[in-house]
Design a protein around this ligand. Structure first.
Ligand code: EPZ
Length: 443
């Protein structure tokens, strides 16, 4: 059901917040869990809607995941009864495409509806298919589905034209049980790829070089170790709170992070003028001075993360001066710009380049979340803006952020969410009015 969030601006965020497990690591690891020959335990799994969806899909295929406590899952895979993931489930979650590799490795066949594009880009799978075919799989596309079969996977050398995260993960999972050695060259180096490799090695796989350009996988007969594995913290959630702290000139300590994983953002926020102190597993973010406009170019890890681009755009839109953002990863990831313009931002988009002319302040308005990260960016904009901002399609935010409002409220933010059907009232000193008074800055 559609949800709305109302954000009242004007208060600096102060206090401490602990990040949850990484959505994009947990999704890959849960797909990889179908390779497990024994019951396994996975800790620090964020109970968010994307994870709930992938749990539905692997359960449908025959896995038996169950929550032991809020963030701890046990998964047994007695047998894979079904070789086909249903469209109704797959269409909700693009990451279902990460089942291709493990299903081929475990049972030699799988039929998955192609998870079409999404609103940030076409999201093709040609590199996934190139790698899996190199390992000996036959892949046929028909009626919007990919049929993949392989009597026996054999190790191969695969060069990725682009360091695709998903393609690296799919090929790695398939290669675990292939005969012989596989080399993935120009592999993705994201921390979530490394986390998946560490999880698979815990099951008994032999993966070397994850996190570098070349990953080597020595195929084994089975993965039968009963691993107890902890998912890494979510660097994008951490980054989102860092930007929110800077956006409200607050002082926030973020706990349970791996600072190295979010270093590209830390460097960029320091360039803007924020003060950031790194601890072993904490980041302390302060903003005590006028911020400067900066230029941002998204790149594969360890470059600036595309998943933080919308959030930084929101912050830059209220920093006087010109900032230039180049989105090199996705062809359509500037949709938040039109929503920020409704709040008074001045942003000009030309293809993959956005020119942000910072304004003195944003104003609350009724806006709509175009996608997960853009939704988080609009919450940040609402925290900065004068007045109340009502964000519809807020359910998209819950796909990737566990207890988002609760964590923000814990830092002093005035955020309230409600279902679309109820009149939603916001808290906060200025908002004894109901939401019908929210100014709408329609052009
Ligand atoms: C993962 O998506 C993440 N999702 C994305 O996070 C993230 O933005 C992306 O990596 C980049 O870091 C998950 O891990 C579930 P890619 P993925 O394959 O694997 C092109 C979020 O908000 N490409 O590296 O799909 C593709 O079109 C989400 O949490 C091909 O051309 O990313 C895109 O332009 C959004 N052919 C670029 O590579 C292929 O076969 C990046 O895709 C595959 C990809």
């Amino acid at each position: 059901m559609e949800k709305k969030v109302v954000v009242c601006g004007g208060r600096p965020l102060k206090g401490r917040v602990r990040v949850s497990g990484a959505k994009n690591a947990a999704l890959a690891i849960l797909c990889g869990s179908i390779l497990a020959g024994e019951k396994i335990i996975i800790e620090n799994v964020p109970n968010i809607s994307d994870v709930q969806h992938i749990i539905q899909v692997i359960t449908y295929l025959g896995a038996r995941p169950s929550w032991r406590r809020e963030d701890l899952l046990s998964v047994a895979v007695p047998a894979l009864e079904v070789r086909e993931a249903p469209y109704e489930l797959v269409k909700k979650l693009r990451a279902s495409n990460l089942l291709l590799g493990p299903m081929l490795a475990r049972c030699g066949e799988v039929r998955i509806p192609l998870p079409g594009g999404c609103n940030i880009g076409a999201r093709p799978m040609d590199l996934h298919f190139k790698g899996l075919s190199a390992l000996g799989a036959q892949l046929n596309l028909e009626k919007g589905c990919v049929w993949a079969r392989a009597r026996r996977l054999r190790g191969a050398q695969v060069y990725l034209d682009y360091p695709s995260v998903g393609a690296t993960e799919n090929i790695m999972m398939a290669a675990c049980l292939a005969e012989g050695q596989t080399l993935i060259e120009n592999a993705a180096k994201e921390p979530e790829v490394v986390d998946l490799a560490n999880f698979l090695n815990g099951l008994g796989a032999r993966i070397f070089g994850a996190g570098t350009d070349v990953i080597r996988i020595e195929g084994v007969k089975e993965l039968a170790r009963p691993v107890h594995y902890g998912v890494i913290p979510d660097r994008v959630e951490a980054g989102t709170f860092m930007v929110a702290a800077v956006a409200t000139c607050g002082e926030v300590q973020i706990d349970g992070v791996i600072p190295r994983h979010i270093q590209p953002l830390t460097a960029k926020l320091r360039e803007m003028g924020a003060q950031i102190t790194e601890g072993e597993d904490t980041l302390y973010v302060q903003c005590r001075q006028e911020l400067r406009p900066v230029n941002v170019k998204t790149m594969p890890y360890p470059g600036f993360p595309t998943d933080m681009q919308s959030q930084v755009m929101a912050r830059l839109s209220a920093i006087p001066g010109t900032s230039v953002i180049v989105e090199n990863i996705y062809e359509n990831r500037f949709q938040v710009a039109s929503e920020l313009r409704r709040m008074g931002a001045r942003i000009k988009v030309e293809g993959r380049v956005a020119i942000v002319e910072g304004v003195p302040r944003l104003f609350g308005a009724q806006v709509r979340a175009p996608d997960l990260r853009a939704g988080a960016a609009l919450v940040i904009a609402g925290l900065m803006a004068e007045g109340e901002t009502e964000i519809s399609r807020a359910e998209l935010i819950y796909r990737g952020y566990k207890d988002f409002e609760k964590k923000l409220a814990g830092l002093g933010a005035n955020v309230i969410s409600g279902a679309d059907t109820e009149p939603v009232f916001a808290f906060g000193e200025k908002s004894d009015t109901n939401r019908r008074n929210i100014p709408t800055h329609r052009e």
